[in-house]
Design a protein around this ligand. Structure first.
Ligand code: AMP
Length: 283
């Protein structure tokens, strides 16, 4: 695997590959890699010739600077994992390399997509996320971009951005990879204490509960019950919303939507975990 830290070196290498007719797949990450990230690399390797993974903890998407400081950084282990996944290129730039000048605001209107859920709870997060994804896409210029369903709202916003900017890159959204007990893999999971780790599978269990009753119980009741199940000593749900999978608007009746998703954010102490599940897909 090639490890490149400079934009110019990366672009020179990728241009040579493109000149040979190779297609480029891109997996942007913030590091602390786990099987969820590696599944994106696997998909990229299956669908494209050269797979580029970036590791960049983007300061502009953290509204809380202590969250940025606490974000796990495990570069040596990440490199080993990427080597064993046969990733072709790791792009590991500094903040100055990504933002040589003051980061330019993205100035796109995502309509309702960035308003609810994570948008309401983490002000500025999606503007920062869109800004860095746009910047990285401008650097890498991949044919395909691989992102996880784990960050459902993020993927919806990126899809919208690609369409608004008419960017010639195909977004491939890959399924959520979970631990054996159902907990969605996340870089933040390593920070859970033993007790918190034992409580955390309640999140996916509650999503499965919602899926089991989506066609029989009123949606408002399911959301209320889910919030109740996710608020126990040491754990507090910020939101549990059942929404349309395309518009992210609340769904009040299953007959009103072809794709219904439940999204949730849960705090265990100062660790914030998100998860989601498609409850109904009529497509
Ligand atoms: P992050 O490093 O957390 O910014 O995540 C980088 C990419 O990996 C994003 O597209 C995430 O949606 C994706 N991802 C994170 N966790 C998982 C998971 N458990 N399963 C699948 N994809 C994931």
């Amino acid at each position: 695997m090639l490890l490149l830290k400079k934009v110019a070196a990366l672009q020179k290498y990728l241009q040579a590959q493109i000149d040979y007719g190779q297609s480029i797949g891109f997996v942007p990450t913030m590091g602390a890699l786990h099987q969820g990230h590696l599944s994106l690399i696997k998909n990229s390797k299956r669908e494209t010739d050269i797979s580029v993974c970036s590791i960049f903890v983007n300061p502009t998407q953290f509204n809380d600077s202590s969250d940025l400081d606490k974000y796990p950084r495990t570069i040596s282990a990440d490199i080993e994992k990427l080597e064993s996944s046969e990733c072709d290129v790791l792009f590991f730039p500094s903040v100055d390399e990504v933002y040589p000048n003051e980061p330019e605001p993205i100035n796109l209107d995502f309509g309702y997509l960035d308003q609810p859920m994570e948008g309401a709870n983490r002000p500025g997060h999606f503007a920062g996320m869109a800004q860095v994804v746009k910047r990285l896409l401008d650097i890498v210029k991949p044919h395909k971009l691989f992102m996880g369903q784990k960050d459902y709202q993020q993927a919806a916003i990126v899809r919208n951005m690609l369409s608004q900017l008419e960017m010639d890159v195909k977004l491939v959204v890959c399924p959520i990879v979970r631990e054996n007990d159902g907990l969605a893999m996340s870089s933040r999971n390593v920070r859970l204490s033993k007790t918190q780790r034992e409580m955390a599978p309640l999140i996916s269990k509650t999503l499965i509960y919602a899926k089991s009753v989506i066609e029989t119980a009123p949606i408002g009741e399911i959301e209320k019950e889910a919030m109740k199940r996710l608020t126990i000593t040491g754990m507090k749900s910020e939101y549990f919303e059942i929404v349309d999978g395309i518009t992210l608007e609340p769904v009040s009746d299953v007959s009103n939507s072809n794709l219904i998703v439940a999204c949730t954010a849960v705090n265990l102490g100062d660790i914030r975990l998100i998860d989601n599940m498609i409850l109904l897909n009529k497509n």
